[in-house]
Design a protein around this ligand. Sequence first.
Ligand SMILES: NC(=O)c1ccc[n+]([C@@H]2O[C@H](COP(=O)([O-])OP(=O)(O)OC[C@H]3O[C@@H](n4cnc5c(N)ncnc54)[C@H](OP(=O)(O)O)[C@@H]3O)[C@@H](O)[C@H]2O)c1
Length: 288
Amino acid sequence: MNHESDDTPKILVTGATGRVGSSVLNHLLESGKKVRIFVRDPTKVSGFGANVEVRMGDLSKADTISEALMGIERVFLVTGATEQDSDVIVEAKKQGVRQVVKLSTQEAGMPDVKGHSHWHREREKLIESSGLAWTFLRPTMFMDTALQWAGSIKAEGIVRFPAGDGRVAPIDPDDVGAVGATALMSDAHFYKAYELTGSELLSIREMVETLSHVIGRQIRYVDIPESVVKEQFLKMNLPEYVADGLVETFQNVRAGRFAYRTQVVESLLGRPALTFENWCRKNHSGFQ
Ligand SMILES: NC(=O)c1ccc[n+]([C@@H]2O[C@H](COP(=O)([O-])OP(=O)(O)OC[C@H]3O[C@@H](n4cnc5c(N)ncnc54)[C@H](OP(=O)(O)O)[C@@H]3O)[C@@H](O)[C@H]2O)c1
C-alpha cells in the first residue's frame, strides 16, 4: 500500500552514478521531475538539490530494494546480473510499480547473436513475462568506448582494437539517457523496444581520425586479433564466458553486423543524435 504523499518521487533511477543512469537523472531533473536514486556509495552523490531523494542499497542484496521502491511508479533499471532483475521485478510488483525501463543492448534484438546480448535478452524476457509495462533501450556501442584508448594514446599515440574496417554507428550515452528519461515520462513508450544508434556510420579507424583531429595529436589505429583481446580480458580476471561474449561482439563489428543506423533517437528527441566529433570535444581532457 502506498502511504507516500504526492510530493514523493514516482521515478526510481538505478545506475545513477554511471554513464547512462546519471544522464537519465539529469534529463528528468531538467524536465522538472522529482527523482529517487538507488546508490551503493553515498560519497558519489552530493549536491543534487531538493528534487533528488537518495536511497542506499545494492541490487545484489534483495532486502535493500523493497524500501527504495515504495511509492514508485516507474523504474530505470541498470543491472549486472539476471538475479538482480528477478529481485527488482518481485519487489516492483509488490509495490505497485507500473513500468520498467531497462538498459539493454542492441544485440538483444538480434536473434542469432549470443554473448552479452544473450544475458540482456534473458533479462528482457523476465520483464516481459512479469506483467509490468516495459520499455527496452537497446543501444549500440557507446562513444565512451574511446575512453578505453586514452592510456595507449597518451603513452604511444596508438589505438589497438579488434575491428578491422567494420563500421558501427556509435551513440553518445547522453542520447541513451535522454531517450531513457523520455520513456519514463509517458505511457506512450510502454511495450516498446528502442534500437538506438548514433547518426554516423564510422569505422574505428575513422573514429580515431576524428579523435586525432580534435585533440591535436597523431594517433595510429592498429587492428589486433580477437584472441589477443581475450587474453587481456582473462588477465583482468574476467570470467571466460564474459570474455567470450565480448569477443563475439568484436567479431560482429568486424563482420559489419552493426553497420546501420536507426532514426529512433531523432524521432523521440526531435533532434539529430549527437556526433562523435561533439563527444570528442566534450571528452578532450580525458586524452591529455
Ligand atoms: N558500453 C557500451 O558500449 C554498451 C553498449 C550497449 C549497451 N551497454 C550496456 O549498458 C550497461 C552499462 O551502462 P553504463 O555504461 O551506464 O554503466 P556504468 O557507467 O558502468 O555504471 C553502472 C552503474 O550501475 C551501478 N551498479 C553496479 N552494480 C550495482 C549494484 N550491485 N547495486 C546497485 N548499483 C550498481 C554503478 O554504481 P557504482 O557507482 O556504485 O559502481 C553505476 O551507477 C550494461 O548493461 C551494458 O551491457 C553498454
